[in-house]
Design a protein around this ligand. Structure first.
Ligand SMILES: [Zn+2]
Length: 75
């Protein structure tokens, strides 16, 4: 199951929880204050790394930016 990161809207505590994808946006209690108002965060680390791959970081193709070369025919 994926790990999701949440931030409590009350005390600003961030915490990670492993839960099914189907429950990613379900309400969750803050383990710090117990307030049921934690919001799921989009991981900044993942956002940065995926942005790099779009500009050719981990892609072997310098022609297209799709990550797979089916669209440009580059091998
Ligand atoms: Zn809290």
């Amino acid at each position: 199951m994926p790990i999701y990161e949440y931030v409590c809207q009350s005390c600003k505590q961030t915490f990670e929880t492993i839960r099914p994808f189907s429950q990613a946006d379900a309400p969750i209690n803050c383990p710090n204050c117990g307030y049921l108002d934690a919001k799921r965060q989009i991981s900044l680390v993942n956002a940065v790394s995926s942005g790099k791959s779009l500009t050719g970081g981990s892609s072997s193709c310098g022609t297209c930016q799709s990550g797979n070369c089916g669209s440009c025919g580059h091998s």
